[in-house]
Design a protein around this ligand. Structure first.
Ligand code: 5GP
Ligand code: 5GP
Length: 230
């Protein structure tokens, strides 16, 4: 009897174990997130211009651009599930915070819905195996609070005053304050000067905390970059 039971156990383990491994490996569909924040002054003073959201001019602070699942080799998945459209009713408790922390600056003016929908459908659907739609937006809002980029910069005497600052001092002050090395993306103002546009920080797969970036995006700022006002 004992032998029979033992062999039944072995057989069921042999049947169950492979399916467990298959399930976990098929949900490993990205390695980490980029959490990307944009400086509104640098979105707005380019040749493209910007439009304030219908709720009015956002605060002079970094705003969320997105939380982007990525692979360690630098590539990334996008638009992973068109059966899970953006559903505002699942995040109704977050809308007030999203209007403040994730304002849209694209033209024509909008409430933010189109921007959030785009970010969810392009990026959020690719992290569904780990966080659902509510958790996706909540995670981004928490990260925004936790990282306080403007606080990190101003504490180091780097202010959005139209002056130029060294890229190194910008990077160092964010590292000093968050504990992790950021990646800085620049764009050009109307007269062609390189300026601080977006800051990337990396987040672990579960969205629970910052990590050192496994890989940085491509692109280069000058050694000295402008920090425009907004
Ligand atoms: P751009 O070409 O302006 O740098 O990026 C356009 C869009 O492509 C971004 O807003 C974002 O949606 C996506 N994208 C660009 N680079 C990356 C990246 O390194 N990782 C991920 N996940 N998305 C990116
Ligand atoms: P991504 O570059 O993330 O693929 O796409 C950003 C999309 O969201 C673009 O279609 C852009 O027009 C729209 N969008 C709306 N508001 C904003 C904003 O404030 N910043 C950026 N970067 N894109 C925005």
């Amino acid at each position: 009897m004992k032998i029979l039971l033992a062999s039944l156990c072995v057989i069921s383990l042999l049947v169950i174990l492979p399916s467990v491994f298959t399930a976990s490996s098929s949900s490993e569909d990205f390695d980490f997130f980029y959490f990307v924040q944009q400086w509104p002054g640098s979105y707005c003073d380019t040749q493209k211009k910007c439009c304030y959201p219908t709720s009015g001019k956002p605060a002079a602070d970094f705003g969320i651009h997105g939380l982007w699942p990525n692979y360690k080799d630098g590539t990334y998945p996008s638009n992973c599930d068109d059966t899970k459209p953006f559903d505002k009713s699942t995040i109704s408790d977050l809308i007030t915070s999203m209007k403040k922390s994730w304002p849209t600056l694209a033209c024509p003016s909008g409430s933010g819905d189109a921007f959030w929908e785009h970010e969810w459908e392009k990026h959020g659907t690719c992290s569904e195996s780990v966080i659902d739609q509510h958790e996706y937006f909540q995670t981004a809002l928490n990260l925004k609070q936790k990282t306080d980029l403007l606080g990190a910069l101003t504490k180091a005497g780097i202010n959005p005053d139209g002056n130029s600052y060294s890229l190194e001092s910008i990077r160092d002050s964010i590292k000093e304050s968050t504990g992790f090395t950021p990646w800085v993306e620049c764009n050009r103002d109307e007269s062609g000067n390189s300026q601080l546009y977006q800051v990337y920080l990396c987040v672990d797969r579960s969205g629970s905390g910052l990590i050192e970036c496994p890989v940085f995006p491509h692109g280069k700022c000058g050694d000295e970059i402008e920090f425009p006002s907004f």
